[in-house]
Design a protein around this ligand. Structure first.
Ligand code: ADP
Ligand code: MG
Length: 357
């Protein structure tokens, strides 16, 4: 007798700027998922936040059709709580393929915790910590992780003009200004003068009440994939060579001018350092399952500086995270299996905790 299929609920689309890239990811992940193991339940989240159950996509795959390069958000509207729970007959694992706010930031993870279901990737705390560039920097500083100099500005708490003046005095020019909770470089700008800094702050405040101001570093951009629970495995580093003056939204999704170099050309020592540091960051941020740790590499200067951690990294077969795993010996479909296993392990462990006192 074969063992029952595991219900794999794939969440894609979502309300963030990365809606479209998530749909591309979903088409590839569904096509690569082992249907002798998983009963696939694709759930598309429209840009207005409404959930659609796309069984037609699962049926098309079962009939031998492929899903093309991007999965539409279509199908009957469903109630999130009911569709996650299912009929309770099969074990369920949820795979959130949602980037940015309302997907990667702990909100969806919180809902899944309340529903008592296993899900892939980081939990509530590490998801929201990694999404908040200000808090992430505080924790990294406390953990002794090297990073560039920064300060934060909070709407309603800090005076913007005084904070801008402090930033120029303490960090110099140029500066990078970012909304604390965004992704895809949305709202990120480089300010070369005090006037540009004021404009950059105004721009970043459109997206969040907390803004991070950083010294601009001149460095290579190198990323490391991390996979595991507890002390994790890491990939060989990969390098992003931006097509414009920094790795902005256009570069990521429109012109695609950025080049990915995998594995990055680095000395063996530098590779070992980056991998060790990426694992340390993952542990310090209490990550689970997966993350992509992005560094600046200041050659001849301070060496490795943490930029940020993405808890649901780009996951199309052409994305950095899967490609770095491939270069390290883990194929795309095996990566999905590993992530599902890690999710089950985390869920079993969390479910075993005593609530007695
Ligand atoms: N302090 C900095 N110095 C130099 N370049 C930076 C700095 N911060 C960000 N950048 C550039 O901006 C890009 C986007 O910033 P990042 O913090 O990674 O935001 P996002 O979460 O939107 O990816 C980076 O990939 C890099 O090219
Ligand atoms: Mg980034």
């Amino acid at each position: 007798m074969s063992s029952p299929l595991l219900r794999l609920v794939v969440l894609y689309g979502g309300v963030s700027a990365e809606h479209d890239v998530s749909r591309i990811t979903a088409a590839h992940v569904l096509a690569a998922s082992d249907r002798s193991k998983y009963a696939l339940v694709p759930i598309g989240i429209a840009t207005d936040g409404v959930w659609h159950r796309n069984d037609a996509a699962a049926e098309a795959l079962a009939a031998g059709d492929d899903l093309g390069n991007s999965l539409a958000v279509e199908g009957p509207v469903v109630n999130p709580i009911e569709v996650i729970a299912g009929d309770g007959a099969a074990e369920t694992v949820v795979l959130p393929l949602l980037h940015g706010p309302h997907g990667e930031d702990g909100t969806v993870q919180g809902m899944l915790e309340l529903l008592k279901v296993a899900y892939v990737g980081c939990g509530v705390l590490s998801s929201s910590l990694c999404m908040d560039k200000g808090m992430a920097k505080e924790v990294a500083a406390r953990a002794g992780i090297p990073q560039c100099a920064w300060l934060t500005l909070r709407h309603g708490v800090d005076d913007p003009a005084a904070t801008a003046a402090r930033a120029v005095a303490e960090l110099g020019l140029p500066l990078f200004v970012k909304p604390a909770n965004m992704g895809s470089s949305v709202g990120v700008s480089r300010a070369g003068s005090a006037e540009e800094l004021d404009a950059a702050i105004t721009e970043a405040l459109k997206y969040d009440d907390t803004v991070v101001i950083e010294e601009a570093v001149t460095a290579r951009e190198i990323e490391v994939g991390v996979l595991g629970n507890g002390v994790p495995d890491t990939t060989f580093p990969g390098e992003i060579r931006p097509g414009s003056d920094f790795y902005d939204y256009e570069d990521k999704y429109i012109t695609g001018a950025a080049q990915l170099v995998i594995p990055a050309e680095l000395s063996d020592d530098a590779i070992a350092e980056a991998r060790e540091l990426a694992a340390r960051v993952f542990v310090a941020y209490r990550c689970a399952g997966m993350a992509r740790v992005d560094f600046f590499y200041e050659e001849g200067g301070r060496g490795w500086l943490l930029n940020e951690v993405n808890t649901i990294p780009g996951f199309t077969p052409a994305s950095m995270y899967p490609k770095m795993w491939e270069a390290t010996g883990v194929e795309y479909s095996d990566l999905i299996d590993r992530l599902v296993e890690l999710a089950r392990e985390t869920y079993r462990r969390r479910s075993s905790f005593s609530i007695e006192h």
